[in-house]
Design a protein around this ligand. Structure first.
Ligand SMILES: NC(=O)c1ccc[n+]([C@@H]2O[C@H](COP(=O)([O-])OP(=O)(O)OC[C@H]3O[C@@H](n4cnc5c(N)ncnc54)[C@H](OP(=O)(O)O)[C@@H]3O)[C@@H](O)[C@H]2O)c1
Length: 309
């Protein structure tokens, strides 16, 4: 099944994430990035209730207002591991106000809630689908077994769970083990986030550059291991040989996986965004894909029978 915007345009091969809107990117820079994405053919935009105290949704809503039906608009609710009907309703209703929209194309549950039964969370989401306020349903940061349970529950409620949003990049490859093969098997769309490892894979930290990996303690911890920094340096060296930006290779590598529908790219400025946009038409061949893949360890298979290859 082809996923389309309300106006019937097919979903673009890349998604743009508005997590920097209203914080590291002011309104003017956000508008410039939105424009650059539209020029490049991107119609898939991602935000969340929890981003930048709501500024991300307000700014994105303003930018797409004039061309709403040509945009595939995704937001997320329940990021605090609490996907109760009350939380979903309060957050999603507020998101729609900020976006200035009654309907979104895609609503994700942002994180797995270990307490609330899936039947209860998805019962609330199903009501929004039936009311026409949500076109497609997704889950983010769910494991494969959680997703399979959610697929069953959503199906029993008469709605389809169609999108996944996992983390996936050259130094965070866990999704290769279960999530991406599951998505291929079940016909799910995957929009992976952090294709640049939060900026690490641009190679700038080895050159003395700064950014989120230094300023945000969560990202500093996530990308602390020395081997990840070595991989970023090796990717930069390979990019120099290829005459490409490391960021272009990093994003094109994520996009190249058969289970990936649209990597979510992002930046704080148009200048930063360019190498990621270039990845859309990079056309990475098998040899380069394999070379990049060997820069980091392939995660072991779920059954751990490593001797079988
Ligand atoms: N579902 C979830 O839990 C979740 C989590 C995270 C993100 N997301 C979504 O995914 C989107 C993308 O995630 P992400 O921001 O982590 O993606 P990313 O592509 O891994 O990192 C983007 C960051 O890298 C740095 N950067 C990008 N291009 C650069 C360049 N050319 N030179 C130097 N630095 C550059 C910038 O940060 P600095 O300038 O600060 O270094 C930029 O904000 C978000 O906007 C959001 O929509 C979802």
């Amino acid at each position: 099944m082809t996923i389309e915007t309300l106006s019937g345009q097919p979903l673009s091969a890349f998604c743009f994430g508005a997590m920097q809107f209203g914080e590291n990117a002011d309104e003017a820079e956000s508008a410039a990035m939105y424009g650059a994405c539209r020029e490049a053919g991107i119609n898939f935009f991602d935000t969340a209730y929890v981003y930048t105290d709501g500024a991300s949704e307000v700014i994105l809503g303003g930018l797409l207002a004039e061309e709403r039906d040509d945009i595939f608009l995704a937001t997320k609710c329940a990021s605090g591991r609490k996907a109760t009907p009350d939380v979903i309703e309060a957050e999603f209703d507020e998101s729609r106000k900020r976006l200035g929209q009654e309907t979104v194309d895609l609503l994700y549950i942002h994180q797995w809630d270990p307490i609330t039964p899936l039947e209860v969370s998805f019962g609330k989401i199903a009501a929004y689908v039936e009311a026409g306020a949500v076109r497609y349903v997704g889950v983010s940061n769910f494991s494969a077994w959680q997703t399979m349970k959610a697929l069953q529950v959503a199906g029993d409620l008469g709605i389809e769970l169609k999108f996944l949003q996992p983390m996936y990049n050259l130094v965070k490859r866990q999704a290769e083990v279960e999530i991406l093969p599951m998505a291929i098997s079940e016909g799910l769309c995957v929009a992976p986030y952090s294709p640049l490892g939060g900026g690490l894979l641009t190679g700038k930290y080895a050159d003395g550059g700064g950014g989120r990996i230094e300023s945000d303690p969560m990202y500093a911890k996530r990308y602390a291991p020395a081997w990840m920094h070595t991989a970023a340096e090796n990717l930069a060296a390979l990019a120099a040989v290829e005459g490409a930006y490391p960021a272009t290779l990093a994003v094109a590598w994520v996009a190249r996986h058969a289970g990936v529908t649209a990597p979510i790219i992002s930046a704080r400025s148009v200048e930063q965004l360019r190498p990621s946009l270039t990845a859309m038409n990079f056309g990475m061949d098998d040899a380069l894909y394999d070379k990049i893949s060997t820069l980091t360890p392939k995660p072991p298979p779920a059954h751990d029978r490593l001797e079988e290859g």
